[in-house]
Design a protein around this ligand. Structure first.
Ligand code: COA
Length: 143
């Protein structure tokens, strides 16, 4: 990670046009089948954390609030979606920092870390397991 690396946090409605363009470029470079002309799939996220070096977007993660059923428990989670890092910046812990930041957002609201949720809503309990565009949990509301 470069010394001038910085993070920014955004609610969806507050994104500026420059940020939208930068997010679109990184998502489409990172996921070859990402829907054209979209910066979310299937629904807009509730929060995004962006990683920047100077004015270049080098990392992105989105957080999506969902209520899921785990056994008998209804839990509100902040799922991790569309985690991606610029190809020439891999293995510099940028994704790690982005997810930590999302976890801090969840923590601040009293939700806690745990497994993962597939797009179809199936709770797997694994932290990071497999298929692209799975949603990863940043938190469960039962603490
Ligand atoms: C997955 C991705 C976000 C990781 O970003 P990153 O900034 O390189 O990840 P980090 O540097 O924080 O890696 C942290 C740890 O995750 C593991 N990891 C990361 N990339 C890995 C890889 N390609 N293979 C195996 N382990 C990997 C390693 O344990 C790594 O620690 P280490 O470098 O000390 O061994 C990045 O490879 C990417 O954008 N891929 C394309 C998009 C994608 O598939 N996103 C995930 C699904 S939404």
């Amino acid at each position: 990670m470069e010394a001038d690396f910085r993070l920014s946090r955004h609610a969806e409605f507050d994104l500026g046009q420059d940020e939208v363009v930068a997010i679109a470029r990184l998502l489409h470079a990172s996921f070859e089948d990402y829907p054209v002309d979209k910066i979310y799939f299937p629904q807009p996220p509730h929060v995004r954390v962006l990683g920047w070096e100077k004015n270049q977007l080098v990392g992105h993660v989105a957080g999506v609030i969902r209520e899921v059923l785990v056994g008998d428990h209804h839990m509100v989670i902040l799922g991790v979606a569309d985690l991606c890092v610029e190809a020439d910046r891999l293995r510099q812990k940028i994704a790690t920092v982005l997810v930590q930041q999302l976890e801090a957002i969840a923590d601040k609201r009293g939700i806690f870390s745990g497994g993962s949720v597939r797009r179809e809503g199936f709770f797997s309990g694994d932290r990071i397991s497999g298929a692209r565009r799975q949603m990863y949990l940043a938190g469960l509301s039962e603490r």
